[in-house]
Design a protein around this ligand. Structure first.
Ligand SMILES: C[S@@+](CC[C@H](N)C(=O)[O-])C[C@H]1O[C@@H](n2cnc3c(N)ncnc32)[C@H](O)[C@@H]1O
Length: 272
């Protein structure tokens, strides 16, 4: 196996390894949820020391279940709109476009900082109609080069926490005005979840980078842009089928109350 050494990332860029390693470990587990073979390969080729991240079962399950839910939303959208554009914002080294395997009529854009985009180009084989965009999503220029006459499905997996409330709202507004219509799906945080990121050992490394304050009401973004309509709030704790039995009780207890479930991982799905 040819090993690859990447130039150093900033701490913000480094955060991609947590979710990447969660997917790699899931692939190595007995009953993978996502079965992301490429994530596993990338971690091996980089010789990345994932043990230093102290990834527990709960974190691994959360990251992979959440990726799977986001995949499902994107996949349904692409099945209905074969002419669509797909975006993965803050894509890191995630190969969502490979997992989704959209038809050749779909253009897929993975957006992350230039250093991450360069790493993607070295690690992830080229596919037809897959594009890597090296940019800060808070800037507006990168979006100008994307088609503006096709419906878009926009995924942001693990990005929102790193943007301030204003930056996130501005990004949503730019996306909504660029595309004629589309759907947006991302994992969201309540103020409690933000607090939890700061206080759980698995996420200590990224805690200092978190800028998002979190919000409680999934309808709140509808007030940021009148075109935005909530389609669904997906609470991972309600999704028991894939969870190993020892954790199932915990999730089942959580699922009893929506208020309690919202303290866990929430996925918000909107259309515009
Ligand atoms: C926790 S990682 C998640 C990566 C990937 N979505 C995944 O699930 O593996 C967050 C990613 O967001 C990227 N990111 C954070 N802020 C960004 C910004 N302003 N512009 C572009 N990318 C950003 C980081 O570089 C990092 O790759």
């Amino acid at each position: 196996m040819m090993m690859i050494t990447l130039p150093a990332f900033t701490p913000l860029e480094e955060s991609l390894f947590l979710t990447l390693c969660c997917r790699a470990l899931d692939n190595r587990s007995e009953q993978p949820i996502l079965a992301d073979v490429m994530a596993d390969e990338i971690v091996r080729v980089l010789g990345y020391d994932y043990e230093k991240l102290h990834i527990g079962t709960n974190l691994m399950l959360n990251a992979t279940l959440r990726a799977k839910k986001l995949d499902e939303v994107a996949s349904r959208f692409l099945a209905r709109h074969p002419d669509a554009v797909g975006l993965d914002l803050g894509a890191g080294l995630d190969t969502r476009g490979v997992r989704l395997a959209p038809p050749g009529t779909v253009d897929w854009y993975d957006v992350d900082f230039p250093a991450v985009a360069a790493a993607r180009e070295r690690l992830i084989p080229d596919r037809a109609n897959a594009h890597v965009v090296g940019a800060d999503v808070r800037d507006s220029e990168w979006l100008e080069s994307l088609p503006s006459d096709r419906p878009a499905v926009i995924v942001a997996d693990g990005l929102m926490g790193f943007l301030s409330g204003e930056e996130f709202v501005a990004l949503l507004n730019r996306l909504i005005s660029h595309f004629p219509s589309g759907e947006m799906v991302f994992n969201s945080y309540t103020p409690f979840a933000i607090w939890a990121v700061h206080h759980s050992p698995g996420t200590k490394g990224v805690a200092d980078l978190i800028k998002f304050p979190g919000f409680k009401d999934p309808h709140e973004p509808e007030s940021w842009n009148p075109k935005l309509k909530l389609v669904e709030e997906i609470l991972l704790s309600r999704d028991l089928a894939q969870v190993p039995s020892k954790l199932r009780l915990y999730y089942r207890l959580q699922a009893h109350s929506t208020a309690w479930s919202r303290k866990g991982t929430i996925i918000l799905h909107y259309r515009f």
